[in-house]
Design a protein around this ligand. Structure first.
Ligand SMILES: [Zn+2]
Length: 76
């Protein structure tokens, strides 16, 4: 009976240790993911749409959401 009690305590401690470790890993992952989630946003000079800088059309004077809007803005 004493052995069973010790075994039970051991299992609880093991569970708590694993739980604490998982929380730590989750926390570290969230910390690492944060900078990657921040994307440089730019605004289309024609329609005002916000989009990631990587997807934007960059012209000498301004940034646009598409080639069509770049053309539309520069040719009236
Ligand atoms: Zn646009």
């Amino acid at each position: 009976m004493k052995f069973l009690l010790l075994f039970f305590i051991f299992m609880v401690l093991l569970w708590q240790w694993r739980h604490a470790r998982e929380e730590k890993v989750k926390h570290a992952m969230r910390k690492n993911a944060a900078p990657a989630a921040v994307v440089d946003m730019v605004q289309c000079a024609h329609c005002g749409l916000h989009l990631p800088a990587g997807d934007a059309v960059h012209q000498a004077k301004a940034t646009y959401c598409s080639a069509a809007h770049a053309l539309a803005q520069e040719h009236g």
